[in-house]
Design a protein around this ligand. Structure first.
Ligand code: FES
Ligand SMILES: [Fe+2]
Length: 345
């Protein structure tokens, strides 16, 4: 599904104003599925992994039956964040007064409390809905969230027969960038700048084949790559890379033999964190180093440009911009989504 190109960009103050960020957090981030990580990050019974998503402390646990649980990492005694690192255990013990929960979140030992009284209160860790797609774990922090399953099913169709269930998690790189989170998104959503900002990437891709397609809650950019010179797994000459944007802040960068997920988290109105998680089909150290180094180079080029954009947006020299019909439909599509959510919830 495509849509009409916007006449102009959203206003520059939307990239500076803390009030807009507050509305975005309430209307967009809390109402969207978020990416936690992958199932192979908790391979064994009792493995647990903690993360803060949208400022919410969460814990992912593999229970005794090999199922996954996601809870708020918050104790039901007096509300302390229970655990501060990843690990493996038979139960979860709060680091404040030592209450103990089993791997399914049931309170098992309430130190200092009468057993029967506490049993009657039926206390349990608050659980968080999750959904596993090709080993990627998505979490939902509010009841009324977007329909990510519909988008993921569509993506599965688009990339068929490719799947990443068997890919292994490799590593995470985190970048703190001095720009509004939407500057990073806007920049990601067009390949227009590639020949100017990323000369090396431009040599690997077939720029002429670059296409953007927009859907309800996500968009896709894809192009053919030169399999010989790319750092990715060698495939046929028509090999493709896919860049998916799942609104609001999840990016899936899919190249032959490799998945790289990006999560963009606002810190405040003028800075954000970007997490890159790397997954590979097979672990050949040389290839991986080449891929990671190449991604870092492209990322540094993007960071430089995003921080320059932020300075321009904060200046008195710019109010609104305009979109190219040929190259910037993805950015326009994203900004219409943002505008609708900010104005209407
Ligand atoms: S807050 Fe966890 S045991 Fe007291
Ligand atoms: Fe870029």
């Amino acid at each position: 599904m495509s849509e009409n190109l916007r006449a102009k960009t959203i206003p520059s103050d939307w990239y500076i104003d803390e009030e807009i960020l507050k509305i975005e957090k309430k209307n967009i981030f809390l109402k969207s599925w978020q990416l936690f990580g992958s199932t192979d990050q908790v391979p064994d019974k009792g493995d647990y992994k903690i993360k803060s998503i949208n400022g919410q402390p969460l814990i992912l646990i593999k229970n005794k039956n090999d199922s996954l649980n996601v809870f708020y990492n918050v104790c039901q005694h007096r509300g302390c964040v229970m655990i501060e690192g990843d690990g493996n255990a038979n139960n979860i013990k709060c680091g404040y007064h030592g209450w103990v929960y089993d791997l399914d979140g049931n309170l098992r030992n309430a130190r200092g409390f009468d057993k029967q009284t506490i049993k009657n209160k039926n206390l349990k860790l608050k659980s968080v809905d999750h959904y596993v797609w090709m080993n990627q774990i998505f979490v939902k922090l509010q009841k009324h969230a977007n329909d990510i399953k519909k988008s993921l099913i569509k993506i599965e169709d688009i990339i068929y027969p490719m799947r990443f269930d068997h890919y292994s998690y490799h590593s995470r790189s985190t970048y703190k960038i001095n720009c509004n989170w939407k500057v990073y998104m806007d920049n990601y959503l067009e390949g227009f700048h590639i020949p100017i900002v990323h000369p090396k990437l431009n040599n690997i891709i077939n720029y002429k084949s670059y296409k953007t397609e927009t859907f309800d809650d996500f968009s896709l950019q894809w192009c053919h790559i030169n399999s010989k010179s790319s750092p990715y797994k060698k495939t046929d000459v028509l090999a493709k890379v896919y860049y998916f944007t799942l609104f609001p802040n999840i990016l899936l960068n899919i190249a032959p033999g490799r998945l790289q997920t990006n999560i963009i988290e606002p810190i405040n109105a003028t800075s954000c964190n970007v997490h890159f998680d790397y997954y590979f089909e097979s672990i050949k150290p040389n290839k991986i180093i080449q891929d990671v180094n190449f991604s870092e180079q492209v990322q540094n080029e993007d960071i430089n440009i995003c921080e320059r954009i932020q300075k321009g947006l904060e200046s008195n020299g710019f109010d609104y911009g305009v979109f190219s019909e040929k190259y910037e439909t993805g950015v326009s599509h994203f900004q219409s989504y943002i505008e609708k959510k900010v104005n209407n919830g």
